[in-house]
Design a protein around this ligand. Structure first.
Ligand SMILES: NC(=O)c1ccc[n+]([C@@H]2O[C@H](COP(=O)([O-])OP(=O)(O)OC[C@H]3O[C@@H](n4cnc5c(N)ncnc54)[C@H](OP(=O)(O)O)[C@@H]3O)[C@@H](O)[C@H]2O)c1
Length: 380
């Protein structure tokens, strides 16, 4: 038993008289059946902040308003089912609710990874210092000249990692190198067209022969071209273009760089991907990202015990050249979430990090949140 579970009035989740699931959204829809199997019962209520859902039934359970939830008294256990749970915890605490949990979803397989008790301690800013595993190491970032890759490069340089900055033309990463001046790191540019298999192999030969050993890799460069909305009418050339750059190039880079990482006993490979495969549309792009995800899920187990770990990042819909000006999130918001696969140790091999879950947090607090979210041994 931990201190939390010994506090007076503690109600273990499995003996709560009533259970409410808060947040009737995508995560809950994807995992509802599994969640109720984990709980061993249906919830008594659902609750949501959207008035349009109040009074409606979902899976045969009524959705009530937060105000009604507050009137049910402090001994009802509330399980938050959205990933940005911090503000909802504050809202529920202000309503006098005490038994608050969060359902943590593993996005790789759409499963419930755990149901964890959520208190002030889990939400507090982290003051812990952390061992910085990237300082002085070399990180290769593909597509580092602009957008998300540039933010990742700035973030890694800020942590003291030297950068090998890839783009299509050496000149494209000049501005990045200037921006990193004064951070005490080296930035080496490299260029290749990732849609051309010969250029990819030449890039890898050049890296092997003429560059320092690479300990961290961000497979970030990708394209997303318009190719029509009719799923019966996507040209082979469109599939080929997306697969060569978004799937086959990252796979070739992994195949060439990871064995050397394994020999040195350390490596982090972070693949910038997308959860777009779950939504209709953008067929060629979505298929190429789904294939990359599959590659990571299948390769990751073979890395167990080697010191090398692979992960996936969904950056969210971000205002870049690819995302366009109407995307909801700023490009800066991908930091620190996009860096978690580089700095975390422990059980991260094969994991997804959803960058927007960590937007606005400092890195130590984001690391604390990720460890809490993915922990296997929480007391409920
Ligand atoms: N933006 C979003 O909303 C969003 C959402 C989900 C996932 N993502 C993923 O996030 C990653 C970065 O996206 P972004 O929005 O930052 O894209 P971006 O602004 O379009 O930047 C793309 C980067 O990739 C490089 N690149 C593009 N085509 C290339 C090719 N054929 N060969 C070599 N390099 C190439 C570009 O190099 P140059 O600068 O030399 O042209 C550029 O640096 C991608 O994997 C994307 O799929 C983005």
């Amino acid at each position: 038993m931990n201190n939390e579970s010994m506090r007076p009035g503690y109600v273990p989740l499995n003996s709560a008289s009533k259970i409410c699931l808060f947040g009737v959204g995508v995560s809950l829809s994807d995992c509802y059946q599994q969640l109720i199997q984990s709980l061993g019962r249906k919830p008594d209520y659902l609750c949501d902040n959207s008035p349009g859902k109040w009074g409606r039934q979902f899976w045969g359970v009524s959705c009530i308003s937060p105000e009604e939830l507050g009137r049910l008294g402090e001994r009802i256990a509330v399980i938050i089912t959205v990933r940005r749970y911090e503000d909802i915890h504050l809202q529920l605490s202000a309503l006098g609710l005490k038994e608050i949990f969060v359902a943590c979803f593993d996005r790789a397989y759409d499963i419930v990874g755990g149901i964890h008790r959520l208190g002030d301690e889990q939400l507090a800013v982290s003051h812990e210092s952390f061992v910085n595993p990237v300082r002085g190491r070399w990180t290769l970032i593909t597509g580092a000249a602009r957008g998300i890759g540039r933010q990742i490069a700035l973030g890694m340089a800020g942590l003291g990692s030297n950068i090998i900055a890839h783009s299509r033309q050496i000149a494209h990463t000049r501005e990045l190198a200037d921006s990193c001046a004064g951070l005490g790191v080296e930035v080496l540019p490299i260029a290749a067209e990732l849609g051309d298999p010969q250029e990819v192999e030449a890039l890898l030969d050049d890296l092997e022969a003429n560059f320092p050993p690479i300990d961290l890799l961000f497979n970030n460069a990708a394209i997303s071209l318009p190719c029509g909305a009719d799923p019966w009418n996507i040209a082979s050339a469109d599939f080929q273009a997306h697969f060569s750059i978004n799937t086959i190039a990252p796979i070739r880079i992994c195949y060439r760089l990871i064995p050397a990482m394994m020999r040195r006993g350390f490596g982090r490979v972070i693949n910038i991907s997308s959860t777009i495969q779950k939504r209709p549309g953008e067929m060629a792009y979505a298929c190429s990202k789904a294939a990359l995800n599959k590659f990571v899920h299948d390769l990751a187990p073979s890395l167990e015990g080697t010191g090398v770990m692979m992960s996936l990042v969904c950056p969210g819909y971000v205002r870049t050249d690819m995302g366009g000006p109407n995307a909801p999130y700023s490009v800066e918001s991908v930091i620190p979430g996009a860096l978690l696969g580089a700095v975390l140790d422990g059980d991260i091999n094969g994991r997804w990090f959803i960058a927007q879950d960590y937007a606005g947090l400092d890195l130590p607090t984001a690391m604390k949140k990720a460890k809490f979210y993915y922990a296997q041994d929480q007391e409920v």
